[in-house]
Write a protein that binds this ligand. Structure first.
Ligand code: PMP
Length: 286
């Protein structure tokens, strides 16, 4: 089956899905994206992703080309056309194609470029590697200062992922001024007793949709939450650690820079949160 990809108003076969070389997404990384998970053919936390998309676009003065209801219809069409059971919907919106290269934004603005495609990953929620837990290394966080905007400038996170691969681990935690900011593509947490510690929201990190949901469920389950930065040494001496993201859900972290976290096995609180998160998300999926 040929994958059907949405480009600027129509679904076409993936070989026909093309954007201009003058698109500012291509030339300037001038665009934003969202990754929404699909389980059992339904979208997880669609509303959360829509709200963040609007915010990212507004921060960059790009007009949101669709209403939430229109995005929902397009996402559902992408899932249906590609018969996605488990997987994700990727959305990218760029400032569009001004027909030339210029640092200044086009004035008047040109229509944003919209691309939507799907990736199927059957059994996404039952991934054994995720249940076993990830090993991470730390690397310096040298990204730009507006990490709260979900832009497509992902070169440094890719380089950090390659450093992790070279070290035969699963991911890298980014460190700035001695404190962990987040993972390459996820938010980072440590656990001490019944207390979950994670960096507070600011321009320094992406405001994870999964983070918001997981902290809400954790509060409801009477877990304590402390929003503050933590160090690598603190993570290494914590009882547990974990990450969250829309596609990895809640995934335990069992080793940081070669040192086991807790007993070096997936922690019970992280696994419990993963269970709660998946159960609640399946219930509210649309
Ligand atoms: N931080 C970064 C840098 C990310 O790229 C992501 C995933 N896109 C996250 C955190 C997690 O965000 P979410 O839970 O919305 O997937």
């Amino acid at each position: 089956m040929t994958r059907q990809v949405y480009v600027n108003g129509a679904f076409v076969g993936e070989a026909e899905a093309k954007v201009s070389v003058f698109d500012r997404g291509f030339l300037m990384a001038d665009g934003v994206y969202e990754v929404t998970s699909v389980l059992g053919g339904k979208l997880l936390d669609f509303q959360g992703h829509c709200v963040r998309l609007s915010r990212s676009l507004a921060e960059l003065d790009i007009t949101n080309p669709h209403s939430d209801a229109e995005w929902l219809a397009l996402f559902r069409q992408a899932v249906a056309l590609n018969a996605v059971v488990d997987g994700m919907v990727y959305l990218q919106v760029t400032r569009g194609n001004p027909g030339d290269r210029d640092f200044a934004y086009p004035n008047p603005p040109v229509p944003p470029t919209v691309v939507i495609f799907t990736q199927s990953k059957l059994g996404l929620a039952e991934n054994p590697a995720a249940l076993a837990g990830w090993k991470v290394i730390s690397v310096p966080d040298i990204r730009w200062g507006r990490r709260d905007i979900k832009t497509v400038q992902l070169l440094y996170p890719s380089m950090a992922k390659m450093a992790a691969k070279a070290a035969h681990v699963d991911d890298a935690w980014l460190v700035e001024d001695g404190m962990v900011t987040e993972g390459t593509s996820n938010n980072a947490y440590i656990v001490k007793g019944n207390r979950i510690i994670t960096r507070q929201l600011s321009h320094d990190i992406l405001h994870g949709i999964t983070r918001a949901a997981v902290l809400r469920f954790a509060r409801e389950a009477q877990m304590e939450i402390e929003e503050r930065p933590f160090t690598i040494a603190e993570a290494q001496s914590a009882d547990e650690a974990f990450i969250t993201s829309a596609s990895a859900f809640v995934t335990p972290v069992i080793e940081v820079d070669g040192a086991p976290v807790g007993h070096g096995k997936a922690g019970p609180l992280a696994l419990r949160l993963r269970e709660i998160y998946l159960e609640e998300m399946r219930k509210s999926a649309i």
